[in-house]
Design a protein around this ligand. Structure first.
Ligand SMILES: *Cc1c(COP(=O)(O)O)cnc(C)c1O
Length: 360
């Protein structure tokens, strides 16, 4: 068996130790005589997994006591509608910051439910940076301010948290949650689809401050209603049980790695290695302003795009997969989430240098 280095943006690589454990437990979980996939979500075994998974996530994030964890479905795109439905009662509009393709999608979807004001946008500069916080045109009466903490497609990441005063800050952290410590108390709501940095597709994690549970529009479906799901411990409908179990294994793995501070150090080192290589070769170009470059998703271009196909072919031969850029961006993109080991980035850098030497 050969495992490749998988640079996919999502669904993305998982820690090998987690996959091995899931394999060992597939037919018979802890002597229960059945797979987690086959368990009733209300049975003792799964309730235990569910509770432990929540407790481990709470510990990893040092989550304040007045925040709830919800395990929902619908993904990041579902949340683009679920967030306004849950937060708009009594408000006339919401503020959005436009830093790339994902925030653009969030803005368009929110427009179905609410007046939307774009407080700042990096569109005119081709989404190569985060607009400086003091340029944002915030509305003190907005229901919330929405940001995309890491633009998975563009490769732009917030490296600081904006201060939105009394207006709750809402962040889509689908592609950088758990990649570094985060001061959750600065946010009213954080959400993330699992398939980038947590586990399998199908699970959406929501961290929500207690006082935001009661602002939903009456049309909000029960399965996506924060208050109803919080009161039902995310079991109002059948939750994505197997995805929750794998997420739980990933949380335990993260704790064993030393938690989020240790992951941040590793992620910094991996990103620095890759960006330094790109910056130091005339063969490659990183399109993002240095201070706002993502540590998770690294888009880059070959100086001569006619070599793109040859580059990808050579990468494939070295078991470096899924490096093709997003269809909207062209070029290349290396996603280096928590589960990408340093060795994977080292192998990519060695190939980048070898390719540059051959074609430079
Ligand atoms: C992948 C992604 C999404 C969309 O997730 P789906 O699960 O496909 O709905 C939304 N926002 C960000 C930042 C993403 O990376």
């Amino acid at each position: 068996m050969t495992r490749v280095f998988n640079f996919s943006a999502g669904p993305a690589a998982l820690p090998e130790a987690v996959l091995r454990q899931a394999g060992e437990e597939m037919l018979d979980w802890h002597g229960a005589g059945l797979s987690v996939m086959e368990m009733s979500h209300r049975g003792r075994e799964f309730m235990g997994i569910h509770a432990q998974t929540q407790a481990d996530l709470r510990e990893l994030l040092a989550l304040p006591a007045n925040y709830r964890i919800l395990f929902l479905q619908g993904g990041g795109i579902g949340m683009n509608a679920i967030v306004p439905m849950n937060l708009l009662r009594g408000a006339h509009s919401a503020d959005y910051v436009d830093t790339g393709e994902w925030s653009k999608r969030s803005i368009n979807e929110a427009g179905k439910y609410s007046a939307v004001s774009v407080a700042a946008s990096a569109a005119a500069q081709g989404y190569d940076h985060v607009p400086s916080f003091d340029s944002w045109q915030l509305d003190a009466h907005a229901a919330y301010v929405h940001i995309c903490a890491n633009e998975t497609i563009n490769g732009v990441e917030f490296n600081a948290t904006p201060d939105t005063g009394a207006v709750p800050l809402v962040a889509d952290m689908s592609s950088n949650i758990l990649s570094r410590p985060v001061d959750v108390a600065r946010y009213g709501l954080i959400y993330a689809g699992a398939q980038k940095n947590i586990g399998p597709a199908g699970l959406t994690i929501v961290l929500v401050r207690d006082d935001l549970l009661d602002r939903a529009l009456p049309i909000t479906p029960s399965a996506f209603h924060f208050r109803e799901q919080a009161d039902a411990d995310s079991m109002l409908n059948t939750p994505p049980t197997y995805a929750i179990y794998i997420a739980g294994l990933v949380f335990r793995w993260l704790k064993a790695q030393g938690g989020l501070a240790a992951m941040e150090a590793r992620n910094r080192a991996k990103a620095a290695l890759l960006y330094d290589c790109l910056d130091n070769s005339p063969c490659y170009r990183s399109p993002i302003v240095k201070a706002d470059r993502s540590r998770m998703n690294v888009p880059f271009h070959l100086h001569d795009s006619r070599l793109d196909a040859a580059f990808l072919q050579g990468a494939q031969e070295r078991s470096l997969l899924q490096l093709q850029g997003h269809r909207l961006q062209g070029g290349m993109r290396a996603s280096i989430y928590n589960a990408m080991p340093l060795e994977g980035v080292q192998a990519l850098v060695a190939y980048l240098q070898e390719f540059a030497a051959r074609h430079g």
